[in-house]
Write a protein that binds this ligand. Structure first.
Ligand SMILES: NC(=O)c1ccc[n+]([C@@H]2O[C@H](COP(=O)([O-])OP(=O)(O)OC[C@H]3O[C@@H](n4cnc5c(N)ncnc54)[C@H](OP(=O)(O)O)[C@@H]3O)[C@@H](O)[C@H]2O)c1
Length: 285
């Protein structure tokens, strides 16, 4: 019952509802992909890092009180907050040290999620590439219409879980082609996957710490409707400027400063030539 069961889904619980047992095996066609463990290997934590003891307690509290994963957002941006040039180029905004830090960040999560816009623009691998062996998180793509090329690099069958979250109108043959390649396809009841639906479904798949790596549309949707927990912004000493280069977060409909989502920021840290800004979303606590 639930995600892609073919049955009429029950109304979804509101975000951050009290913990309950997962309602669904998310894809009736396949068993859920293996989940990484909750505990983060301390030797994998990229340095500098926000105080892990505090973070671990926060993660545990959040997981106990919600059926969502603990959600962190990550982006690499310019000084003026741009994610890419007007031509769509985003590689690489930050330097090598910050990128390595980002791979460590991935290794501390069970799942990495991006939107189909990012896959179409960059064809990212979404793996944790570190000098020493590290667990690679499950790779997840939000893709209402299942536009993703089954040969996309993030869907490579390397033993790591791969999930495509599709909308209610996704083409059955396209979903089947992905399943034939071992991709776990979750089909929601909304035309475009909704956080209130896919976040609990991902948690039911064993994703407890989720890292969302963009793009701008996905970040905005999660901030508006997904109650994210943390933000990691790698900021490079570059300026792109202009109205056509994407900011890291699309329209949120904020008209009054009092309505702007707010974060409690940590001390900014230098990571190579870039700055890591880290914050905790106040609404989540
Ligand atoms: N610098 C960085 O750190 C970084 C990181 C990532 C991306 N980028 C850049 O960002 C750009 C892509 O960003 P983008 O905003 O165009 O694409 P995106 O956020 O990656 O994907 C947006 C698309 O995802 C689909 N989608 C499905 N469910 C959604 C949901 N709940 N919320 C939002 N979207 C959902 C929608 O298409 P459908 O309705 O068709 O499914 C939507 O158009 C590229 O230029 C890329 O290079 C930069």
């Amino acid at each position: 019952m639930g995600y892609n069961s073919g049955n009429r889904a029950k109304p979804l619980a509101p975000a951050r509802s009290p913990a309950r047992s997962p309602a669904v095996p998310a894809d009736p066609h396949q068993s859920p992909p293996g989940s990484a463990s909750f505990a983060v290997d301390a030797t994998l934590l990229p340095q500098p890092w926000p105080p892990e003891a505090l973070r671990a307690a926060r993660v545990a509290a959040r997981l106990a009180g919600s059926d969502h994963p603990y959600v962190s957002l990550k982006a690499a941006v310019t000084l003026d907050g741009r994610l890419a040039t007007a031509g769509g180029e985003s590689r690489w905004i930050t330097g090598e040290t910050a990128r390595r830090h980002g791979h460590g960040l991935r290794a501390c999560h069970d799942g990495i999620l991006v939107g189909i816009g990012t896959v179409l623009a960059d064809d990212p691998q979404l793996t944790a590439r570190l000098e020493r062996p590290a667990p690679s998180p499950t790779r997840i793509v939000l893709d209402s219409r299942c536009r993703i090329d089954p040969a996309a690099r993030c869907l490579t069958d390397d033993g790591v879980g791969r999930i495509v979250v599709a909308g209610s109108g996704a083409d059955a043959a396209r979903m089947q082609a992905l399943r034939a390649r071992g991709v776990h396809v979750l089909q929601g009841t909304a035309v475009r996957p909704a956080p209130a639906e896919f976040l609990p479904a991902l948690r039911a798949c064993g994703i407890r710490r989720l890292l969302i790596e963009g793009g701008a549309a996905v970040h905005a949707n999660i901030i508006a409707l997904g109650q994210p927990d943390e933000l990691f912004l790698y900021q490079a000493g570059k300026i792109i400027g202009g109205p056509d280069a994407r900011g890291w977060c699309d329209e949120l409909g904020v008209r009054r400063l009092a309505d702007a989502p707010a974060l409690r920021l940590s001390q900014p840290r230098l990571v190579g030539e870039d700055v890591l800004l880290h914050g905790v979303f106040l609404a989540a606590f």
